[in-house]
Ligand binder design. Structure first.
Ligand code: ADP
Length: 662
């Protein structure tokens, strides 16, 4: 685990170094992804060589220091020569791909400038501050002049200047959608530049639970279908739909379901048709059938595409929160790091053709004669003007992180969202929506904002969530009572939670979810660590757990007993249909959760080829979009597990369309 963590960290650093180097202008900036040479207009910066101290000197040696990170202590071993910080080695448990990547960035800056005058990386403040604390402690132990190091300019070798470049395809945003688009565009013959405003790639994928929905007969073979699941399929077949394409899905499902029953199979039934119908119904029939059709047909081919690039999914399938069906795939690597690393591996191998410019914020799309031909951006040190021979792809994600945009568009579904936290990374501020609006792009479903009942009460993030799939856990309120079908849609569960005391609930699981104390959740946290940190509670009996979480023991025990009866076949009070094992094996665990803003279903209108449409439904030439910045796929409510499917499927399509100049 440690080694894997370190390896990923090194990889991310390598990419970040490549990206940062690429966007650091010199008087003759040329990068491999260019088809034309940069034109640098600003004067050269300071000539002090990076990495030396000027008049600060050290006593050579290796010194140790410790700081406090997000997940625990950060230990630093800092090696000094007489004039430079030559090495910083770390021991830590910060979040893979995010906290450790931020720390790698800071280490590069500290070493390059021989300075402590570096800012925390946004989105990874705890890890950044913990690292600075540890390095400062080590330098103090070395007797270094801390005040002088804090006052010294960062990276004096850096040069200021504007950048101009031309490439084939420009991608705005290096989250899952942007990276998959980059790989796909390159596979289709394009040279690519990716702009990313944050200091690290990965966006929300990196911090997600990483569930990926796809019908997958091979992996689903191991799951036994329950009677309630059979009733669900029969129920969908009995419904009446207006849309002609949706009717064809139903016809296909009818044939497939009959064949499944005739075969005498006892395994779980699934197919793209069922996935389409559940996605459409789950979004209140507001999703665009043409896009849903592509989504569900392409998830398995996209999964194979990822696997061919080295991505490893576990063999088993699970039902993710609000996913409604047992079709979520779980990557072998923690959180969404497997997706991002797979794309990064490809990009690293093809670094001559794909460039990532970090800390570079796209501001405007360049429109000439009705065609999008480039992007105007702001880099760390000046303006960045990029021109695209073939196309620009918007992959900037959603706006869950912008309270202003949430409040602007939240007109129907939710009460005021000002004080609700978000699961998202700090870059999810809807920049792409603003850029698209300026060039008259059509927006669709903007009022459809998704909340989850699964936020950490302190931060709103998904980390600390102790559920291991839908079937084997219940929710209880502060009174110790269940209040909703815990297998329902995400909006249904969140609305029910908002009606409980303080909008606060406990997720309850037992040993079946955590056979050992070092079993980890979807966020790479062990249950023992969560309990030790006071983020989860453990009881050998239900009564003991009730005491620890301060709920009425009698009501709590009854809630669990009633649930266990429903697992045995009794009718569930809340109409729940997804069950597996009873909650009857100690130790029992509880983790607190509150509502949190998770996903914005609305966004830029696209065709099935990911071309952006204008307000009148005409294609805007040269502009493509993929991922959470787009609207029209998920309708009013996105199924759990469909986001990673969406960004990989439509990222891949957008990359291909742009490279082919569709
Ligand atoms: P998706 O899931 O659709 O890939 P994410 O939110 O995960 O969406 O990723 C979007 C990425 O785009 C994030 O890394 C975010 O920092 C980046 N981004 C957002 N706005 C801009 C912008 N104006 N310029 C460059 N990058 C941006």
């Amino acid at each position: 685990m440690k080694l894997g963590k370190r390896l990923l960290s090194i990889m991310v650093t390598a990419f970040m170094a490549a990206g940062v180097a690429a966007c650091t202008p010199t008087p003759t900036t040329t990068t491999t992804a260019d088809t034309t040479t940069a034109d640098t207009t600003a004067p050269a910066g300071t000539t002090t060589p990076a990495g030396t101290t000027g008049d600060i000197t050290f006593k050579p040696g290796t010194y140790n220091g410790e700081g406090q990170g997000l997940n625990g202590p950060i230990k630093a071993a800092v090696t000094l020569s007489e004039t430079a910080i030559t090495e910083i080695m770390l021991e830590h448990t910060e979040t893979e791909g995010l906290g450790d990547s931020a720390m790698d960035t800071l280490i590069e800056k500290i070493k390059a400038g021989t300075t402590l005058n570096v800012d925390a990386v946004s989105g990874a403040t705890y890890s950044s501050n913990g690292l600075l604390e540890a390095v400062t402690a080590a330098l103090t132990a070395a007797g270094a002049d801390i005040e002088a190091l804090k006052g010294k300019a960062a990276d004096p070798g850096e040069v200021i200047g504007d950048i101009e470049k031309t490439t084939d395809v420009i991608i705005i945003g290096a989250g899952g959608a942007g990276l998959s688009a980059a790989v796909s565009a390159h596979e289709n013959g394009a040279k690519v530049i990716i702009l990313e405003k944050m200091p690290n790639v990965g966006g929300n994928t990196l911090i997600s639970g990483a569930a990926y929905n796809s019908a997958d007969p091979g992996r689903q073979e191991a799951i036994t279908m329950t009677d309630l699941e059979k009733e669900t399929v029969e129920g969908i077949l009995e419904e009446t739909f207006e849309d002609p394409m949706v009717k064809t899905w139903q016809e296909t499902l009818k044939t497939e379901w009959a064949a499944h029953k005739d075969s005498g199979k006892t395994s779980l039934f699934d197919s793209p048709s069922l996935h389409k119908l559940q996605t459409y119904k789950g979004g209140d029939m507001q999703g665009t059938p043409e896009l849903i059709d592509i989504l569900a047909e392409s998830t398995y081919p996209a999964l194979e595409w990822l696997e061919a690039k080295g991505m490893v999914f576990k063999d088993y399938i699970f039902t993710v929160l609000g996913g409604l069906w047992n079709r979520a795939h779980k990557p072998e690597k923690p959180l969404g790091t497997g997706f991002i690393q797979t794309y990064q591996d490809y990009i690293e191998k093809n670094a001559a053709d794909i460039e990532i410019m970090l800390e570079t914020t796209a501001k405007d799309l360049i429109l000439e004669d009705g065609v999008i031909v480039g992007v105007q951006a702001e880099g760390k040190n000046g303006k960045v003007t990029l021109r695209a021979n073939k196309g620009v792809i918007l992959a900037t994600g959603g706006f869950a992180g912008s309270v202003e945009l949430r409040n602007k568009y939240n007109t129907k579904l939710w009460p005021d969202l000002t004080n609700i936290k978000s699961t998202n990374h700090p870059g999810a501020t809807g920049d792409g929506i603003a850029m698209a609006e300026k060039i008259n792009a059509g927006l669709i479903g903007m009022e459809n904002i998704q909340l989850l009942p699964m936020g950490d009460p302190e931060t709103g993030s998904l980390s600390g969530n102790i559920e291991q799939g839908v079937q084997n856990r219940i929710f209880v309120n502060k009174e110790g009572k269940r209040f909703v079908d815990e297998g329902a849609r995400r909006d249904t569960m969140t609305k029910a939670l908002m009606e409980q005391t303080d909008s606060y609930m406990w997720v309850i699981v037992d040993k079946n979810s955590y056979p050992t104390g070092d079993t980890i959740n979807n966020f790479n946290e062990s249950i023992d660590d969560l309990v030790a940190a006071g983020r989860a509670f453990q009881g050998e009996t239900l009564e003991e757990l009730a005491g620890k979480i301060n709920v009425d023991p009698e009501a709590f025990v009854k809630a669990v007993e009633d649930f266990n009866k429903a697992v045995d076949g009794a009718e569930d009070e809340f109409g729940r249909t997804l069950f597996d094992k009873k909650l009857d094996t100690p130790p029992f665990y509880a983790g607190a959760r509150v509502p949190t803003v998770h996903h914005t279903m609305g966004g830029v209108a696209i065709t099935k080829d990911a071309q952006v449409l204008d307000k009148d439904g005409n294609i805007i030439k040269g502009l493509y979009a993929a991922g959470e910045v787009t609207g029209g796929i998920h309708g009013s409510n996105r199924l759990g597990g469909n986001a990673l499917a969406d960004i990989n499927v439509f990222g891949r399509i957008a990359g291909q369309s742009a490279a082919m100049g569709k």
